[in-house]
Design a protein around this ligand. Sequence first.
Ligand SMILES: O=C(O)CCC(=O)C(=O)O
Ligand SMILES: [Fe+2]
Length: 310
Amino acid sequence: MFSVKELVESNCLRSVPLNYICLENSKDSTLYSENENVPIIDLSQLTSFNSDERSNTIQQLGDACRDWGFFMEYSSPNLFDQIKYGTSFNVMIDKTLFWRDYLKCYVHPHFNAPFKPLGFRETLEEYSTKGREVVEELLKGISLSLGLEENYIYKRMKVNLGSQLLVINCYPPCPNPELVMGLPAHTDHGLLTLLMQNDLPGLHIQHNGKWIPVHPLPNSFLVNTGDHMEILTNGKYKSVVHRAVANSQGTRVSVGAAHGPCLDTVVGPAPELVGDDNPAAYRAIKYRDYMQLQQNHQLHINSCLDRIRT
Ligand SMILES: O=C(O)CCC(=O)C(=O)O
Ligand SMILES: [Fe+2]
């Protein structure tokens, strides 16, 4: 199987090969909006000793999770292979190939990374550790915004043994970007994803029924809530549908770190967020089984969450 990078670098590419042409693109009736912007949260205020500043930011964080589920913040065939290089999404089930190559490494609770190129492992390890620290702070803020004790999510989801999956995506330039899809519409399976990207646009998020293009903001992380945040909050904070489109200008690179519960944690709606007027909307499922369910399912058909709704 060719990678898209090899295909583009072969120098014989004048138009998109047929097996990459994504018919869904012309059928997608979701409107496109350039006029709305993803909310921006200042992490230093979330960890501030000034209690007014902190509670204001917790409120903003809660609003962002409820209304957007996406915000920016300053500063092999086996799904569980610890290091995996590939193309498209899952070549075993994809009917159309996607314009994307990737490297995935599980970096927590056990750290895995290639030994080459020199220094890559060390950089990835430091990046992953810092990412977990950021997520711990965000989870405290999110727990408080839900009226829960600040360590509620961290403890209940056993995040100290949590799964952290680093996905490095590469979207080489495409001669006809409107005919292909980098990564089709999907939601992420974990609790929170931190995304870093280079300066080429491509990410779209669905908000109030429209696709919102996200313009890269230097020195920021994009943070999005995943399916397990939606399950745990019983739908109060939604997992956000997003996609990545291709471009003709240059190679777009994004690095996503999916932070989830411990793989063996059985996750269902938090009892504190369920009541007579708000019954549990999802059945409890082990995180590992959920990931398997998502992987075996064509990404863009509909959200994997639909399969565990009560
Ligand atoms: O490349 C992007 O901006 C999005 C990547 C993504 O959604 C993912 O890896 O799950
Ligand atoms: Fe994603």
